[in-house]
Design a protein around this ligand. Structure first.
Ligand code: SF4
Length: 456
């Protein structure tokens, strides 16, 4: 399916506002949502809106939401509450909710009860449908507050307003077929559908030609890319195809699923300088009992076997992961197995979460009698272990020179931050003129999860 500009929307908006209406679009949650937000902005610009960061002057405010944890939802409702006075002061202001939260019945019920001033909801990956929704709203004044159908098709050529001029997200697939017991993604984003490799290649070539230096391929489970497509390319084949494009760029990708991550993929990473030597591989737990209840479909031994192979096949490869603590029924022994696994692998980044019960998931029905205090003690302990691990891991890098992409300002005055191939961040003395460039950096020290360096 191809995106086509909605000329009716262009006419209705021009007639209604008599000027370029202003929109605020805020993104909550993951990289996939950031990229969805870039498409929401692209479509709004395409039908005549201008973008602003100031809610008080906006004609339309859209929140692109995340439902992965309860905390993420509370943040959205908190921000929605803050818009009530603005809507009362300017009833013509349109407010809309997009993204994963709107696929939950509980969200729609809460909007009707507590946030009746929200005008519309739009499903994840629904940017191309936004013009119709605006036309319906402006011409019928009807309120569209019902759970929208989940998108099942892939829409190509949707315009984007990218956040960065040198780093880009490039989705290769949408949805997920894995049904991990704690996860809402399949319930709100639907089943897997991969983009055609030819469409991905075309977008990739355009990004390289436009000077993008880092392109991150996105998918809930990139390792199952290609299932159901005519081309029958798997993820490693796709990586090889993209790496044949000439140019100065680096490729990253997320998220991998350990049950589908292969030695072929590791060999492909080892075989190309375009592929960053970093693998984000969420393990979630080191206990086989917990992994089974999570329906992750791999064991800790499977996971460690792939890591050991990768360390042999590509010694400079680094790893990051997601770990969930306090999953229903997790015993102290289970948790200790997670700590042991974290110590064995040696992750450069570890994203840790306390289990959050999600409506409609299998895990929400699993008995959970571990006190919250015990769960937060476990996560504190894990963070401490990780802090010690990263210092040990980084020692061999001190004094060595690595190439990094300068991606922003450092935390200290007069410093910039660059991301290395292995995904480590280095802060060094420098200025904005270096933004978006690959620079050689000598590593001088380790400060927590960030390295200190000098331009070499
Ligand atoms: S792989 Fe599991 S955790 Fe990841 S999006 Fe799919 S269902 Fe959720």
């Amino acid at each position: 399916m191809q995106y086509i500009r909605n000329d009716r929307a262009v006419e209705v908006l021009a007639a209604h506002y008599g000027r370029a209406p202003l929109a605020v679009v805020r993104s909550f949650g993951c990289q996939q949502n950031v990229n969805d937000t870039e498409r929401l902005k692209g479509v709004l610009l395409d039908i005549g809106f201008s973008l602003t960061g100031r809610a008080e002057e906006a004609d339309l405010i859209l929140f692109n939401t995340c439902a992965v944890r309860e905390h993420a939802e509370q943040r959205v409702f908190g921000n929605l509450g803050a818009l009530k006075a603005l809507k009362q002061a300017r009833p013509s202001l349109l407010i809309g909710l997009c993204g994963c939260m709107v696929e939950e019945k509980s969200t729609i019920e809460k909007l009707r009860e507590s946030y009746p001033y929200v005008d519309m909801v739009l499903e994840p990956n629904g940017a191309d449908r936004l013009p119709d929704l605006l036309v319906e709203k402006l011409t019928t004044r009807k309120k569209a507050l019902r759970v929208p159908p989940i998108r099942t098709e892939v829409v190509e050529a949707v315009p984007l307003r990218r956040e960065s001029a040198f780093k880009a997200f490039l989705p290769i697939m949408f949805g997920c077929d894995n049904n991990c017991a704690y996860c809402v993604v399949p319930l709100v984003r639907g089943g897997e559908r991969s983009r055609a490799a030819a469409d991905i290649l075309e977008e990739f070539k355009a990004l390289v030609a436009a000077g993008y230096k880092e392109i991150t391929l996105l998918g809930q489970n990139v390792n199952s890319y290609g299932r159901g497509t005519e081309e029958k390319l798997d993820f490693s084949d796709l990586l090889k195809m993209l790496c044949e494009v000439p140019g100065e760029y680096k490729i990253r990708f997320m998220t991998s699923h350990p049950k589908d991550a292969t030695r072929k993929m590791v060999d492909t990473i080892a075989g190309s300088d375009h592929l960053c030597k970093h693998l984000h591989l969420p393990v979630q737990s080191g206990s086989n009992e917990v992994l089974a209840r999570m329906n992750r479909r791999y064991t800790a031994d499977d996971y460690l076997a792939l890591i050991r192979y990768a360390k042999g096949a590509c010694p400079e490869l680094t790893f990051s992961s997601d770990v969930m603590v306090g999953y229903p029924g997790e015993s102290d022994e289970d948790f200790q197995k997670t700590v042991e696994l974290v110590k064995e692998v040696g992750f450069t980044q570890l994203f840790t979460f306390i289990f959050s019960k999600r409506p409609g998931t299998e895990a929400a029905e699993q008995p959970d009698d571990t006190p919250h205090k015990e769960k937060s003690d476990r996560i504190q302990h894990l963070l401490q272990v990780q802090d010690e691990m990263i210092i040990k891991l980084a020692q061999p890098w001190i004094g060595k020179v690595f190439t990094g992409l300068v991606e922003g300002e450092g935390r200290e005055e007069g410093t910039m931050a660059a991301r290395l191939d292995n995904n480590m961040l280095v802060e060094f003395a420098g200025d904005e003129a270096l933004l978006g460039q690959f620079v050689p950096l000598r590593i001088d020290a380790v400060k927590g999860a960030v390295l200190k360096g000098t331009l070499a």
